[in-house]
Design a protein around this ligand. Structure first.
Ligand code: SAH
Ligand code: SF4
Ligand code: F3S
Length: 459
């Protein structure tokens, strides 16, 4: 079998793709790079907004055409698969295999079956099957919990991924050891709401540390960098900020989605905090980590949002001074309370507000990134950038960064970089050697450079 996977959605989906891919390989499949080479195409889907759902429809439409012309098995997994909406789509586009986020291990059974196979149960033993990351990858995700116990009125995730289930600390540390052995230097702890770790369904689990203590434990593993996402402000505690400050490996990066700056809107979203409480958390973070990079998610045009409400979101942005943000237009999701009970605002109004918010975000990102000019940042270089002769990576604060290839630093690794240029989207600079001086830039395509590099091609 030649299998190809397409992944939409968040980091949790990327993690799940990694899991399923390893299952496919252990079943004897060859993973191929394109749909055309594959006889099994599996799409990992997202349902959080209308757009990712539309993308899946388009791809499935294409695949159905191909199915008429050649032997092709089509599968759909992930969040959309779990929903009635997704199952309707699957029927319409003649999908053969359908696996919800809790049934991924059924992939073997599904492929053996001669008829349509739909797996939609939530099973617990998923994690025992996580493979090590591919060799040479410096970055890895580590899921510490699945599902979500909140009920934000706009959000489909609790329906697609079920209630919160925390992984045991032993299990987490075991996976981390495997990642470290594979050479991972930066691990991102994943969950819909990592601050609620160890408290499932409102009940504290015996023998589970708090999230702050989990950070401290992971900090002792020897991993160079620790990040985590996402934090829900409702469950954020000052101890998390304290743990971040006292654990050197934890990066000074906080993604704390606010969604709106208006108390009235926050109440209608059922976010369980107000503006004042949110700002208190920001103050706690700044107290422990004065240089923290702050990131957020904002939804514009939630049903009933007035111009005044929107102004409060803009003023909150200024009050916090975010480094950057993910910004979304409210997308009504069938099955959510806000879809059932509230009237969607006109599209033009939502788009116009998004434009104004993007202008604000750009303004702050320009300013915040410009403050980094001349500073030395620790950059995890992943490898070649799009533009030839450059490497790309990101800082501890998640700023995308590019550097020219330098002698002594041509590939993946963690380097000190002096920032020489900034834009709202990225930083660029030069890699420093242990003496603090910039490493000599790699001359391109000269015989001398080839000799220094041991004759390796440098493109
Ligand atoms: N558990 C995370 C969020 C997961 S979804 C948290 O609570 O922070 C990621 C982001 O998608 C959310 O923060 C929200 O900003 C956005 N989002 C979720 N549902 C949405 C919807 N119906 N329309 C627009 N944006 C949405
Ligand atoms: Fe959705 Fe809210 Fe849960 Fe985040 S906390 S996944 S926004 S219900
Ligand atoms: Fe992630 Fe999309 Fe599911 S954001 S949790 S893949 S609905």
């Amino acid at each position: 079998m030649r299998a190809h996977m397409i992944t939409y959605g968040c980091q949790m989906n990327e993690y799940d793709t990694h899991l399923v891919q390893s299952q496919l390989v252990s079943l004897g499949a060859d993973m191929v790079e394109s749909v055309d080479e594959a006889d099994f195409v599996l799409i990992n889907t997202c349902a959080v907004r209308g757009k990712p759902v539309e993308k899946v429809r388009t791809v499935l439409g294409e695949l159905r055409k191909q199915k008429g012309q050649r032997k092709l098995v089509v599968g759909m997994m992930g969040c959309l698969a779990q929903l009635e909406e997704g199952q309707q789509i699957a029927r319409k586009f003649e999908v053969d295999v359908l696996l919800g986020p809790g049934s991924l291990l059924d992939i073997g059974k599904a492929l053996e079956s001669n008829e349509r196979f739909w797996g939609l149960q939530f099973k617990d033993e998923l994690h025992e099957h996580i493979p090590p990351p591919p060799a040479g990858k410096l970055q890895a995700h580590l899921t510490i919990m699945r599902g979500c116990d909140h009920h934000c009125t706009y959000c489909i995730v609790p329906t697609t991924r079920g209630p919160q289930v925390s992984r045991s600390p032993d299990d987490i540390l075991r996976e981390l050891d495997m990642q470290l052995a594979a050479g991972v230097q930066e691990v991102t702890l994943l969950g819909q709401n990592v601050n609620a770790y160890g408290v499932d369904g409102g009940a504290k689990l015996a023998g589970y540390p708090s999230f702050a203590d989990l950070l401290r434990m992971v900090g002792k593993s020897g991993v160079r960098r620790i990040k985590f996402t996402t934090s829900h402000p409702m469950n954020f505690t000052e101890d998390v900020a304290a743990a971040m400050a006292e654990t050197p490996a934890v990066c000074e990066f906080v993604h704390l989605p606010v969604q709106s700056g208006s108390d009235r809107v926050l109440r209608r979203m059922a976010r369980e905090y107000n503006r004042e409480k949110y700002l208190r958390h920001i103050a706690e973070i700044r107290k422990h980590l004065p240089s923290a990079v702050l990131f957020t998610d904002i939804i514009v045009g939630f049903p009933g949002e007035t111009e005044e409400d929107f102004q409060e979101t803009l003023s909150l942005y200024d009050e916090v001074g975010y480094d950057s943000a993910y910004m979304f237009i409210y997308s009504p999701r069938p099955g959510t309370p806000s879809y059932k009970h509230f009237q969607d605002l006109p599209r033009e109004l939502k788009t116009e507000r998004l434009q104004r918010l993007i202008a604000k975000q750009k303004d702050w990102a320009t300013r915040k990134n410009a403050e980094k000019l001349g500073s030395v940042q620790e950059v995890l270089i992943r490898g070649d950038a799009h533009s030839e002769g450059f490497l790309e990576g990101h800082t501890r604060g998640n700023h995308p960064t590019i550097v020219p290839k330098a002698l002594g630093a041509t590939g993946a690794g963690i380097y000190q970089v002096r920032i020489e240029q900034t834009s709202p989207h990225m930083l660029s600079g030069r890699i420093l050697g242990s003496d603090g001086q910039p490493l000599p830039e790699l001359p391109r395509f000269t015989p001398e450079a080839a000799a220094v590099m041991g004759g390796l091609p440098m493109a």
